[in-house]
Design a protein around this ligand. Structure first.
Ligand code: HEC
Length: 196
């Protein structure tokens, strides 16, 4: 068994302290977040999750420093569970970002070995539901942080459940003007190609 295989969440899920739906929740992990699988037991994967938190705001972890792509919200009483693994000062803003790591259990049913099927589902929602009032927008015409603000307004206009709005947001943020080159492993050329 290879250690630390990447897995991607097909829906948001609780990160639990033990392999059971009854155990305490350490964090809520976002749809499309990447985690590393450490072991599998009783229908759960034990995973490690890493993300970037703004110094002094450790409960909210983002995929990249300064780019507000939500990967996890840590439970209030679990901030001490986080381990700091790195630090970076954003030269543009002077803000310090801490790389944080947490381990816990997620249900096997929400974990995909590949991101592509998750992005396909996101693309379908985006192409069908974000074109009711205007033409389809181009993901990399906006930055990841601009998409976050835009989806606050545009998401509810689709009438979709919040989970699906968050999936569209994650897709757009990972294919934004300032992330697409940083994350070549999340490119979905085949899915996006028809629209670009
Ligand atoms: C119910 C109609 C409606 C739906 C559905 C809708 N939009 Fe919009 N969108 C608008 C309108 C109207 C504007 C023009 C600006 C405004 O009034 O907010 C707009 C503008 C935009 C802009 C340009 C904003 C700018 O300032 O450059 C983007 C990008 C956008 N929408 C993305 C989306 C995405 C992504 C979705 C799906 C999650 C979506 N829209 C769904 C009505 C809609």
């Amino acid at each position: 068994m290879a250690l630390a295989d990447p897995l991607f969440l097909s829906s948001s899920a609780a990160l639990s302290a033990a392999p059971s739906g009854q155990s305490s929740t350490l964090a809520t992990v976002s749809v499309a977040a990447r985690v590393e699988r450490l072991e599998t037991l009783d229908g759960f994967h034990r995973v490690a999750l890493e993300g970037w938190a703004r110094a002094g705001a450790s409960r909210v972890l983002f995929a990249l420093p300064g780019k507000r792509i939500l990967v996890a919200s840590i439970a209030k009483d679990q901030v001490d569970t986080l381990e700091q693994t790195g630090e970076l000062v954003d030269a543009d803003t002077g803000i310090t970002w801490n790389r944080m790591r947490i381990e816990g259990w997620i249900p096997e049913a929400v974990a995909e070995p590949q991101i592509d099927p998750i992005w396909s589902a996101a693309w379908t929602l985006f192409a069908e539901r974000c074109t009711a009032c205007h033409q389809r927008r181009v993901p990399d015409h906006y930055t990841a942080n601009q998409w976050r603000s835009l989806i606050k307004v545009m998401g509810p206009r689709t009438g979709l459940p919040e989970e699906e709005q968050m999936l569209i947001l994650a897709f757009l943020q990972h294919h934004a003007s300032d992330t697409i080159v940083l994350r070549p492993n999340t490119r979905t050329g085949a899915v996006i190609a028809p629209g670009r």
